[in-house]
Structure formats: structure tokens, C-alpha cells
Design a protein around this ligand. Structure first.
Ligand code: FAD
Length: 500
């Protein structure tokens, strides 16, 4: 029997994991990546448009674990830093303070991971597989999903991109045939673009009114002269600003990668008047200057590092027949405020292969359905799996897209509000002490479990309604009780009868 040829577009984290899943199932796998090999020193790092480090949580971990590559998950996790909670930084009565808010009453945590390190680890695993071939510097430029053909432009390698135009090799176009294509080529996906010509894709995209820019807090020297973290490495640090925020995530080299999220107009006003940047930081992000980053560095990094947009994309379906499916940011780019974009993309891979495996292994023969053995491993069989994948996955992708947008409000503002803290306190206590109620915070369901995002959203809404009405009833009862006690004590004081 000839092997299935699976072509993966994009060697980011999602494409690399998808390639591992396909290779583990015996497919002949070809990976086409626009850029050079990340592991090659001459390749322009991805970080010029991507965050340097990320929050990795259960869904991403579980999906890598399910790849069933010996040693993979242990190796990935050994290069992460646990973040047990948020550290909220602020200023009260002229005093700088920090307050730790644990993510989970049971001590579960998320992990800081270096994006490039994780990606390289997945690529290294693929190198060990005889049925995987890489095609770096190959840009998908066309696809026909009825004929299962794709066209790629072979770009000059990045070392060549510095050479004068006259001496550059011309870009070549190659045609590639495939049985199955997985598009994991990011938010501006070319696969999605071509898919739209074949499938009736509903598509919605939104740029939110926030740009982001990265900064670095370099390590300090400890007493032994070694590099050390300037602030707690086991927290995701947040300086909430109401309409904006500054965050910091630890890196293995003892530095922190910080991200400033700011409305576009504020960015523009700081850009047009550079001397206002330092006072802006001093006023809104207490303790950053000069304790963590010098004035000079803030100004330099703000000017040098790109100010980038945030896009949110929803679409459906994710597939066409048995030929192609899109995963990760290509299918559902989201704003980064739940730390779920990559985690959800990695989870896509696991869920997709659950569907593919289910349809492959179902040998039940019924004369009138498509599970006839002759369809096993065929495009028809795959089409059923992909259709069922889209049906199941799109409510989940939509849900986490929405939750990510809502979490921006929580991170930049709500974390400081007393109501938020009371609610978190009550929810966590119910979760810890009355587990039979099935109560859990939305954050723990999203970050520490593998429950469907759409179920998380539904349950969180229901829980919120119950909590608000219960707290309302409790509030009214307390107020009534206090009022009754006040009236009663007044009556006691003034009633001549009682005075007797
Ligand atoms: P990408 O990482 O975008 O990879 C796509 C690949 O496809 C690239 O290598 C690209 O070169 C290649 N490609 C593109 N076009 C073509 C083409 N035509 N032909 C061939 N190859 C092509 N997620 C988290 O889970 N946790 C976080 O804490 C987190 N923080 C974030 C912070 C910020 C500021 C941002 C912007 C995002 C964050 N994310 C986070 C989201 C995360 O970065 C993405 O969800 C993740 O990178 C998506 O992976 P991907 O493999 O789908 O796409």
C-alpha cells in the first residue's frame, strides 16, 4: 500500500507538532517553511514579529505528550520556568507595592517557555524521523485542492538576502503533489487564502485598538557575581494601567521579556514626543525605572523595537474535502491575553488526529455508509474526519478567541478591583472545599485542564450567574439584618415599655 503524503505548510510550533503526529502515523511528511531553518545561525530570528517567550499550559503540554515521542515532553518541560501566579505591581500613598495572586488554590501553575527553544526542540525530533523532509525557504504561493497540487517559490536563503540584487539567484517555483495538506502558516495564512477559493469559508478578522512592544529586563549580578533575576522568576508580573498594561515573563538566562500593551493613539503620542516616554513609564509602571530598566534602555528599546498590531481571526470551516485543513493561528489567531494562542494551536493537532484516528480505525462495515473498508485511509475517509473536526473545533476556537479578548480587561484593570478579588476568593474556596459542586475558576479550567473551551465558557457564565445572584441574596440579607438590628436597638433605647 502506498503511504499517504502529508504536506505541512509552516514550521512554527503548530506545524512542527502536526508533522510529528503525521510522521508517527507512518505518513511521508514534507514540511515547507517560508523562512530558513531556525536552528541555523544565519536565519533571521522569528522574534522580530513574535514574542520571545510564552506561557505554556496544560493543553499545549498534553498535546505534546500525546505525540508519544519518547523524552519530548520531559525535554520541553525541563527548559521552562514555573509561574505560580500573577505579581501585581502598583503604588499606594506614594509607596510602591507588589501583591502575589496565585493562579490556583491547589498549586498548579503555568510555565514560561522560550518560543524559539520550543520550536527548535520539535524540529530536532523531526530530524530523527526517516519519513520527514524539510524544505526551508519555500513559500507557498498557490494551491489547487481538487487536484491536490501546490506551488512554492524557493526563496534565497537569509544569508543570501544581504547580497546585492544583481547577484541574487532568481526565485524558482516548484510544483508539489500531496494527499493531505495541513496549513499551519500563521495568522496571515496563504493556505487559508487558497482554501477560501474552494470552500465557502465564513471569515471575520479584527485588529484591536492595542499595539505591543517588547522590552528586556537584564539580569543582575548576585553576591557570587553570577547572573540572577531582578524580580521573582516564578510569577507573571503585571503593571495594570486601566487602558493599558506592562507585563514581564521570566527567561532561562535570568532576564525578563516584557511587553507593553497600549492603545494605538497613546503609542503614537509617545512616538511623536519621545521625552514623554520616561515620565509615562514612571507614572504608570512604578518600580520599572530605574530599578529594572534604565531610562536610557527604556527609551532605546521603545524606539528600536517594533510596535506591532494584534489581530483576532475567526473562520469556518477549517477544511476542504479530504485535501486540506488549517490549524493554529491560520484558523483562529487570537489576542494574547489568555496565553492560549499557541496552546490552542497545539491542542488543534491533538484534536485533529483524534478525529483522523477515529475514522481510520472504524472498520465497521455498513452497506450504505462510507465506512466501507475500501475507503480506509482514502480521501473520502479523511473528508469525514475533517468535517467532524471542523464541527467540533470551531465552537471551541471561537470561545477561546472571545475569552482572550475579555481577559484583557481582567489583566489590565480588574485584578486591582476589590469585587474581582472577592469573587476570586469565593470561587476558589468553593472549588477547594466543595468539589462536589463542580465549581472551578474559569482561569483554572482554561489553563489547567483539557475541557472544551466552549464548555468552559458555558460553565463559567452559569457559575457567574449563580454567584452574582447568591452574593446578591447574601448582600440583601446582610443589609436587611443590619437594618433590623439597628432599628431594634433604636427601639430598645426609645421604647418606654422596654425601658421598664
Ligand atoms: P506561527 O508561529 O505564526 O508559525 C507560522 C509559520 O508559517 C512561520 O514559521 C512562518 O514563517 C510560516 N509561513 C507563513 N507563511 C508561509 C507560506 N506562505 N509558506 C510557507 N510557510 C509560511 N500563545 C500562547 O499559547 N501563550 C502565550 O503566552 C502567548 N503570548 C503571545 C504574546 C504575543 C505578544 C503574541 C503576539 C502572541 C502570543 N501567543 C501566545 C500566540 C502565539 O504566538 C501563536 O498562537 C503561535 O505562535 C501560533 O503558532 P503557529 O504555528 O500557528 O503560527
Amino acid at each position: 500500500m502506498t503511504k499517504q503524503k502529508t504536506v505541512i505548510i509552516g514550521a512554527g510550533p503548530v506545524g512542527s507538532l502536526a508533522a510529528l503526529y503525521a510522521a508517527q502515523r507512518g505518513d511521508d511528511v514534507e514540511i515547507y517553511e517560508l523562512r530558513g531553518d531556525l536552528r541555523d545561525a544565519s536565519t533571521v530570528p522569528l522574534n522580530f514579529t513574535k514574542s520571545i517567550n510564552l506561557a505554556l499550559s496544560e493543553r499545549g503540554i498534553n498535546s505534546m505528550r500525546n505525540a508519544q515521542v519518547p523524552g519530548l515532553i520531559e525535554a520541553v518541560l525541563s527548559d521552562t520556568i514555573p509561574m505560580h501566579g500573577r505579581m501585581i505591581h502598583g503604588q499606594k500613598n506614594g509607596q510602591i507595592f507588589e501583591e502575589s495572586q496565585a493562579y490556583d488554590i491547589h498549586g498548579r501553575y503555568i510555565r514560561a517557555v522560550d518560543r524559539a527553544g520550543l520550536n527548535k526542540r520539535l524540529l530536532d525530533e523531526l530530524d530523527n524521523m526517516p519519513n520527514v523532509k524539510f524544505f526551508f525557504n519555500h513559500k507557498l504561493v498557490g494551491a489547487d485542492f481538487n487536484k491536490n497540487l501546490a506551488w512554492f517559490e524557493r526563496k534565497p536563503s537569509s544569508s543570501q538576502s544581504d547580497t546585492p540584487a544583481s547577484t541574487k539567484q532568481p526565485t524558482k517555483e516548484t510544483e508539489v503533489s500531496f494527499d493531505f495538506m495541513i496549513g499551519a502558516d500563521g495568522a496571515h495564512s496563504a493556505v487559508r487564502y487558497h482554501l477560501m477559493k474552494f470552500a465557502r469559508v465564513d471569515y471575520q478578522q479584527e485588529y484591536i485598538d492595542t499595539l505591543w512592544c517588547e522590552f528586556t529586563i537584564s539580569p543582575k549580578k548576585n553576591q557570587n557575581g553570577d547572573d540572577d533575576f531582578k524580580i521573582s522568576p516564578n510569577h507573571l508580573h503585571i503593571w495594570p494601567g486601566g487602558d493599558f498594561m506592562f507585563i514581564a515573563i521570566p527567561s532561562l538566562d535570568k532576564s525578563f521579556t516584557c511587553t507593553l500593551f497600549l492603545p494605538e493613539a497613546t503609542f503614537k503620542s509617545l512616538e511623536s514626543s519621545p521625552p514623554t516616554t520616561i515620565p509615562f513609564f514612571k507614572q504608570n509602571f512604578p518600580g520599572v525605572i530605574p530599578n529594572l530598566i534604565s531610562e536610557e534602555d527604556i527609551q532605546k528599546q521603545f524606539t528600536t523595537n517594533p510596535h506591532l498590531p494584534l489581530i483576532s481571526i475567526k473562520c469556518k470551516p477549517y477544511h476542504y474535502e479530504g485535501s486540506v485543513v488549517i490549524l493554529g493561528d491560520a484558523a483562529h489567531a487570537m489576542v494574547p491575553f489568555y496565553g492560549q494562542g499557541m496552546n490552542a494551536g497545539l491542542e488543534d493537532v491533538r484534536v485533529l488526529y483524534d478525529h483522523i484516528d477515529k475514522y481510520k480505525s472504524d472498520n465497521t462495515y455498513h452497506p450504505h455508509d462510507t465506512f466501507h473498508p475500501k475507503y480506509k485511509n482514502s480521501a473520502e475517509h479523511r473528508a469525514l474526519a475533517l468535517s467532524s473536526y471542523t464541527q467540533m473545533r470551531h465552537p471551541d476556537a471561537h470561545a477561546i478567541n472571545d475569552l482572550a479578548l475579555k481577559n484583557y480587561q481582567e489583566m489590565r484593570s480588574d485584578v486591582r478591583s476589590p469585587i474581582y478579588r472577592v469573587r476570586k476568593f469565593v470561587e476558589e474556596r468553593l472549588y477547594a472545599y466543595v468539589p462536589q459542586l463542580g465549581w472551578a475558576t474559569q482561569y483554572s479550567r482554561v489553563s489547567f485542564g483539557n475541557e472544551r473551551y466552549s464548555d468552559v465558557e458555558r460553565r463559567a457564565e452559569r457559575q457567574s450567574r449563580v454567584l452574582v445572584s447568591t452574593l446578591g441574596v447574601v448582600g440583601v440579607s446582610v443589609v436587611s439584618l443590619v437594618a433590623w438590628m439597628v432599628v431594634r436597638s433604636n427601639n430598645r433605647r426609645v421604647s418606654p415599655v422596654r425601658a421598664l
